[in-house]
Structures are given as C-alpha cells and as structure tokens.
Design a protein around this ligand. Sequence first.
Ligand code: NDP
Ligand code: 8X3
Length: 249
Amino acid sequence: MIVFITGASAGFGAEMARTFVKHGHQVVISGRRKERLDALAAELGDLALPLVMDVTNKDSINEALSMLPQSWRQVDVLINNAGLALGTAPAHEAPLADWETMIATNCTGLVTMTRALLPSMVERGSGLVVNLGSVAGHYPYPGGNVYGATKAFVDQFTLNLRADLVGTGVRATNLAPGLCGGTEFSNVRFKGDDAAAAKVYEGTVPLSAADIAETVYWIATLPPHININTIEMMPVCQGFSPFAIKRHL
Ligand code: NDP
Ligand code: 8X3
C-alpha cells in the first residue's frame, strides 16, 4: 500500500509511519518541519518519502503533491492526522487568531487534502481516508470551544464522505481518541509551556501514539468489504464529567 500521512513529523503521524513501514508499506510523511521529516525518513529508509507541506495553504499542498514521484502517486490510504488545539481559554477570551488556525488546519486542511486525493481513489475503485477526530468533538468541556467544534466537523464530514462513497469501493473512517500522551499535542496547546503540558498526563496512563498507530493499521488492513465508520477510544482512566451547575446559594 501507499499511505499518505499528514502531520508525520511528530506524535501519532510519526508512529503511524513507523508502523506501516514495519509492515512493508510505502509511506509519504508530510508536515511543515523539514528537518523532522528528514530525520524520520533517515530512520525509516526507502519506504518513507518526506514531503514538506502546510495543510493550511492550498498552494503548498498543490506544489507538494505535484512533486510526488510517479511511483508514489496512487495513494491507497490518506491519513488526515495533521491537527492541533490552541489554548483552553473560554470563548469570550480566546484569541480569534487561534480559532482561525484550528479551523484552517483541522477543517480546511483536512478537506483540501481529501478533495485532492479522493478522485484517484474513486477512479481506481479502492482506497481509504482515515480522519483524526477526537472525543472533544463528541463531548463539550470548558475551553474546548473551537477545537471540539473542528473535531465535530471531522465526524460529520467523514460520515458524509461515506454517504457519497457508497458503491465506489472507497472507505472512510473517523478515529476519535481521548487523552493520549507522548506527543506534542499539549505542548502545542499550551504554546510551549511544557510544565503545563506535562500536568495534563500527571498520574494517568494515557493512550499512546503506538495505540493509535496500531488502531489505524488495523482499520487499513481489514478486508475491503468492511468499513469502520467511527471509533472512539479512551484510556481506562478517562471518563465523563457531571453537568456543571452554577448554584446561587
Ligand atoms: P502532535 O502535535 O504531536 O502532532 C501534530 C502534527 O501535525 C505534527 O506532525 C505537525 O507537524 C502537524 N501539523 C500541525 N499543523 C500543520 C500544518 N499547518 N500543516 C501540516 N502539518 C501540520 O499531535 P498528535 O500527534 O497528538 O495529534 C495528531 C492528531 O490527533 C491531531 O489532529 C489531534 O487533534 C488529534 N488528537 C490528538 C489527541 C491527543 O490527545 N494527543 C487526542 C485526540 C485527537 P509540523 O509542526 O511539522 O507541521
Ligand atoms: C485531544 C483530546 O481531550 O484533549 O483531542 O480534547 S482532548
């Protein structure tokens, strides 16, 4: 298989690349940080192709895709993994620029990549799009405002892809994890405050990037008549909050 992973310079994406290469598949590893991609490509060898690309920029996507060698163009699996959360401020205080960046990356980037690679899959009658959603798209929490909303978009977009793709042989899955440690997710969310990022996972056994990579690999290697629509997964230590009620006592 040829697997195209967005956001492969860190976290889930890098681990997915390792997993698919371990099983002998070709992997396009994309992201903005060239040095990270080059280091991962050096680790993985000829089965990995680094591709510098910013998913928030249509020209950057088109230019990167146009540079794909002929033998790497028939992408079998697109993993729309590039994404981020910025901040935990309440809606009335959060910087609008952070919201715009999350929407541009998690929504616009994801649909632009999908629109670019989907026609070839439909033409060939096979393919798979795996989108990284989140439990934040299913359950509200304070400070989750736009991040959660972008992931709810991922949910519905994936289901609507399924609606359009019935009969084409092309599959689509939304993978929605909960608390997952060992990636840069919280360091990015807390804008480099690594102590605050580490606190998120204190005293927990969170999901790991390897857990996510194994799940994606399982989805991608199921027999072609099976479509996993949505998977929501959490670490056992995570659950649900009660409703917040402001009492005037
Ligand atoms: P990381 O921060 O470790 O990795 C994010 C990746 O996305 C990096 O490789 C980064 O690369 C890439 N990326 C970010 N912005 C862009 C952009 N504009 N263009 C191209 N690539 C970009 O996060 P995770 O691995 O933890 O998260 C991966 C996905 O999983 C995200 O969509 C996240 O929302 C989702 N998720 C994460 C959870 C968690 O708890 N960790 C739980 C549920 C979902 P670079 O900076 O080099 O561009
Ligand atoms: C990441 C999971 O709970 O931090 O999508 O929003 S959470």
